[in-house]
Structures are given as structure tokens and as C-alpha cells.
Ligand binder design. Structure first.
Ligand code: PHE
Length: 357
């Protein structure tokens, strides 16, 4: 009996399996492939040596060798898979982006693109309500001259009513002539001037936008906040039209359970003037910290346009009449979502923001 070329096959297989186990990288595996399963491997050498055997012995040996190859190839494929997985998690780990305290792990496209903030989405819903009622949406500048923010609104320089608005002044031109708008009412003036210039009265418009006041932030106030102004200038407009618009808006936006009330108020640009309040949605009228125990939350002011304002923009108050209102958008968001402290709107805590996606 000649000694079989396969007498050491078991040992060769053991050695090949050990080599496979010891592979530590995908590159190493690809490099070793020819000597493990390829042309330069012991298995291929043995394959060639079978040619010298008798046909029957060759068949047996061939079958043995095939089985050995299957075992080695399987182990090699498994190991390559493991190495590919290691390579993938290493790549993911190196994709980590450190942003201060925030660690974004495994950034992959498409990334979370974010969503409009609560104030922006509240503004859109408010616009929707008013557009459905026939108003158009218009915007005005955030930096205004004293004329637009005050004088044209019947608030002359040094008038005590200026105390209603704690104003940020911009260092531009003569002292205290340029301001960050303290309300959206100056946009009314722009709209009326434009309408007079283009002979396009009547006006039915709402004007949302950012406003600024030298206020200390608290549960109901922010120094940078948002208002939506409303303006109607038409023939034969009365206080009943104003009250109807406010009532319709309140029910459409806050739902039928929330009631509104108008209380006598004072604004230099409207006469008569009213303050517009709704039931506090946090305590449902019981009284709480947010509404200072009153059960009511003031949303804004309103009134019939004062003839002095029509005079300032050159509209004939004998022919035209109108009303205006201005509400806090942040306040609406706060009341609609029962946010006890408005400062949450500017803290940018993602746990808060994500609730409104
Ligand atoms: N502009 C006023 C404010 O911010 C609100 C208001 C607007 C009042 C329109 C009357 C008419 O306080």
C-alpha cells in the first residue's frame, strides 16, 4: 500500500482553520485568500497530487479533499463576515460628530431635518384662521422710525402713553429716532400709506411679526415676542364687526370651550379701545400662577381706528372707518398648549421642542 497523499489532511485542515481564526482584518483576509483556499493553498497542491492514484482511490481521495475544502471555505467565509462587521462599526464610530455636549452618533442621510418651531407653526395656524375669514397676510420691518412706531399712531414725542411700551432704541441718526418695533401696529401705517398711494382701499389684512420690548421675561412675557396685527378699513365698519371677528377667531383657534371678553382699555390709536382676554386655559378660570390668579389671560388690544390715525396717513375719516387689533402669537401658543411658563419657548430644550413636531 502506497502512503496516501492525504495522510496529513486532517492536520492541514486544522492549520488552515487556525490561520482563518487568527485573521484580524479584512485586508489581511484578502491577502491570505490564495494560500487558504486559492491556487497556492495546500488544498490545491494536494488536488494535483491525486492524479497519480488509481481511479478508485482517486475518487475516495477526491471526495475527502472536497469535504476538507468545504469546511475550510465555510470557516473562511464566516470569518470574513465577522471582519466586515467589525470594519463597519469602526467606520460608524469614526462618523461620530462631537458638538459640545451633544454627541450625534452614526449620522446617516437623510438626517432628521427638524421642523418648524412652536411659534412659527402657531403663526401659520393663526394666518390660516384669518385667511379663511377673508384677510390677506402682510409683513413689515422690525426696525422702525419713531414716526411709524409712535407718532403716526397718535403717540407724539414725550406723550405719557409712550410709557406703555418699554422701547429699545437703535443707535442710528438723531438719538431716539429709530426703534426696534414695540408692536406690529406700525405695519398698519405702512399698509394704509400703500393703499392710499395705490388707491387700493379697502384693506382687510393681518400682519404677523417679531416685536421687542425692554421687559424682564416672566411666565407671560418675553423681551422678543411675536404679535399678529389685524386691520380693516372699509365703509361703514362698526364695533360690532370688530367684536364679531374677535369672537369668530377665538372659537376657531381655541375651540368652543374657551370664552373671550372685551374690557374697556386705552390705546392712543383706537377709540373706543378694548383689551381682549380669554379664559386661562391652564386653570380654566380658577386662577393660577400663569394668569396671576385672575382666571383670564390678556391676548392683546383692539379698537376702532382713531380719526387722528386716518389723518396721519391721508385717509378721509368721513368716508372710511375701520378697526384694528393686535395679539401675542407666543401667548396664543402658550394658551393653546397650556405652557405654564412662556420662557420655555426660548430655551431651545429639544425635549420641549420635539413635543410640537
Ligand atoms: N399695539 C397694541 C399693543 O401692542 C395692541 C393693539 C393693536 C391695540 C391694535 C389696538 C389696536 O399693545
Amino acid at each position: 500500500m502506497t502512503s496516501s497523499p492525504l495522510k496529513d489532511l486532517a492536520r492541514h485542515v486544522e492549520e488552515l482553520l487556525a490561520t482563518v481564526r487568527e485573521l484580524t482584518s479584512m485586508d489581511g483576509a484578502l491577502e491570505a485568500e490564495p494560500t487558504i483556499t486559492g491556487k497556492r493553498s495546500i488544498l490545491s497542491t494536494l488536488q494535483k497530487s491525486l492524479g497519480s492514484l488509481e481511479p478508485e482511490a482517486r475518487r475516495d481521495a477526491g471526495a475527502q479533499l472536497q469535504e476538507a475544502r468545504r469546511v475550510v471555505e465555510e470557516a473562511f467565509a464566516t470569518r470574513k463576515n465577522e471582519l466586515a462587521q467589525v470594519a463597519r462599526s469602526e467606520a460608524l464610530a469614526s462618523d461620530r460628530i462631537e458638538l459640545g455636549d451633544v454627541i450625534v452618533q452614526n449620522v446617516r442621510w437623510p438626517v432628521d431635518a427638524g421642523h418648524p418651531g412652536l411659534v412659527a407653526s402657531t403663526q401659520r395656524s393663526l394666518e390660516d384662521v384669518f385667511v379663511a375669514m377673508g384677510f390677506r397676510v402682510s409683513e413689515g420691518p422690525e426696525v422702525e422710525s419713531d414716526w411709524y412706531n409712535f407718532e403716526a399712531l397718535n403717540i407724539p414725542p414725550a406723550h405719557p402713553a409712550r410709557g406703555l411700551w418699554d422701547t429699545f432704541y437703535v443707535e442710528l441718526g438723531d438719538p431716539e429716532t429709530v426703534v426696534l418695533r414695540t408692536h406690529t401696529s406700525p405695519t398698519q401705517i405702512h399698509l394704509m400709506e400703500d393703499a392710499v398711494g395705490s388707491n387700493s382701499l379697502p384693506i382687510h389684512a393681518v400682519m404677523p411679526g417679531r416685536c421687542f420690548r425692554r421687559d424682564t421675561p416672566d411666565a407671560r412675557h418675553l423681551a422678543t415676542f411675536h404679535q399678529i396685527e389685524g386691520l380693516v378699513v372699509d365703509r361703514g365698519i362698526t364695533f360690532a364687526d370688530l367684536a364679531g371677528v374677535i369672537e369668530t377667531f377665538t372659537r376657531a383657534f381655541f375651540g368652543p370651550d374657551i370664552s373671550s371678553r372685551l374690557r374697556p382699555g386705552f390705546f392712543p390709536f383706537t377709540e373706543p379701545s378694548a383689551e381682549f382676554e380669554i379664559t386661562c386655559t391652564i386653570c380654566h378660570g380658577e386662577g393660577c400662577r400663569t394668569c396671576s390668579q385672575t382666571g383670564w389671560i390678556e391676548l392683546g388690544g383692539c379698537g376702532m381706528l382713531d380719526p387722528a390715525v386716518f389723518d396721519a396717513v391721508g385717509i378721509d375719516s368721513e368716508v372710511w372707518s375701520g378697526f384694528a387689533f393686535g395679539f401675542g402669537i407666543d401667548r396664543c401658543a402658550q394658551m393653546r398648549h397650556q405652557i405654564a411658563d412662556m420662557r420655555a419657548l426660548i430655551e431651545n430644550d429639544v425635549r420641549f421642542l420635539r413635543q410640537f413636531s
